[in-house]
Design a protein around this ligand. Structure first.
Ligand SMILES: [Zn+2]
Ligand SMILES: [Zn+2]
Length: 377
């Protein structure tokens, strides 16, 4: 049938194989932007708050399920260990949880293709090095006297609430930017998201290790009840890495989207414009720090970081969805592959006609035609 949105001849199915839009049901014309079916995982709404399908868009449903449980189990473990006052152990687990999951994803999804070490090292380690440098340079200010009697000093708020988050965001972008200018063949917005997220996670991991070490062993040692440790640990383990990965991933996805030489079918949206994405990502760094400075307290901090990280993850989804739909391209394998979302056989088209999955979001090793895979087996 002919797709009313792009005018091309589409194989029968629920979705247009070329532009990904819903094909009309009877005489009902559905929205071409299909906000109810997220391009990287059509089982979810575009604005479904999900860490795994946002930051790990290459995973198939089975792996998504596993990764979700791993993340949840890791977070519970970190919380329990923190509650049991095994603070050093809990901090180390906290710092490693999301990065380890992410590195696992890097290998599973084959993002690096034939260039594993340079790409991994440049992004993740650059983030970690800058995270370490920044925290070592400013730890006295950050961990020192937080408040004067009448609230925080303005100079302190200016430094820790605004300047340091700005600096942190800039540093997290250096690794991905080096890749942007030196590895031109990574031209996909999902590559950009992966590099941005890896750098943000490296940065967050290094920072949490340095701060925690100073709090445990250094001059800023502190006592307090078990919950006073468990709550900051959850913030360090989950929320800060997710926030850093989301803001840096958002900026990089928008940047890499410009590198994709295919012209978009429609408008990509204001958020996909790199200066806007950079502004929004930077705000995502400033808002929780500033909020924490002005309205302190561990529970309030969880709310500040939790809400901001959630909003940033949703914005990442909006950019990914728009990019995958508007810059849709065939994979170019010339054969038939099995859709990892619904297991239908799909010809060389941009979207699975059965479930609407953007086939560019599947793992790189799954992009070969099924026949070829069988021959190798
Ligand atoms: Zn179409
Ligand atoms: Zn499918």
């Amino acid at each position: 049938m002919r797709c009313p949105h792009c005018g091309r001849e589409a194989p029968a199915g629920e979705f247009c194989a070329h532009c990904g839009a819903h094909l009309p049901v009877g005489d009902r014309l559905l929205d071409a932007r299909r906000t109810r079916t997220y391009a990287a995982d059509p089982r979810e709404h575009l604005l479904h708050l999900s860490v795994i399908t946002t930051l790990f868009p290459h995973l198939n449903p089975h792996r998504t399920f596993q990764a979700r449980w791993l993340l949840l189990a890791g977070a519970v473990l970190v919380f329990l260990v923190g509650l049991g006052r095994f603070v050093p152990l809990s901090i180390v687990l906290a710092a490693l949880l999301v990065p380890v999951l992410y590195l696992l994803y890097f290998f599973l999804a084959g993002i690096h293709e034939d260039e594993p070490l340079p790409v991994l090292a440049a992004t993740f380690l650059a983030g970690a090095v800058f995270g370490t440098l920044l925290s070592v340079a400013f730890y006295r200010v950050i961990l020192g006297q937080r408040r004067l009697i009448f609230g925080p000093a303005p100079s302190y708020v200016l430094l820790t609430g605004i300047l340091l988050p700005l600096l942190a965001q800039a540093l997290m972008l250096i690794g991905p930017l080096v890749l942007y200018f030196t590895r031109r063949r990574f031209n996909d917005l999902l590559d950009g998201l992966a590099f941005g997220a890896a750098s943000g996670l490296g940065f967050a991991a290094a920072q949490s290790v340095v701060y925690s070490w100073l709090l445990i062993a250094g001059p800023f040692q502190r006592g307090g009840s078990a919950t006073s440790w468990a709550l900051p640990t959850i913030r360090i383990a989950l929320l800060v890495p997710l926030l850093d990965a989301a803001t840096t991933g958002l900026i990089c996805a928008a940047l890499w989207l410009r590198r994709d030489h295919h012209a978009p079918r429609r408008r990509l949206g204001w958020l996909a414009f790199p200066p806007v994405a950079a502004l929004v990502g930077t705000l995502g760094q400033v808002v929780p720090s500033l909020g924490f400075d002005l309205v302190g307290g561990q529970i309030t901090a969880l709310v500040w970081y939790g809400v901001t990280a959630g909003v940033m993850l949703l914005l990442v989804r909006v950019v990914l969805h728009a990019g995958l739909l508007e810059k849709a391209q065939e994979l170019g394998h010339g054969g038939v592959l099995t859709c990892p979302g619904c297991h239908h056989s799909v010809p060389d088209v941009a979207f699975c006609p059965g479930c609407g999955l953007a086939l560019r979001s599947i793992a790189k090793h799954a992009r070969h035609p099924s026949g070829q895979e069988e021959r190798h087996a």
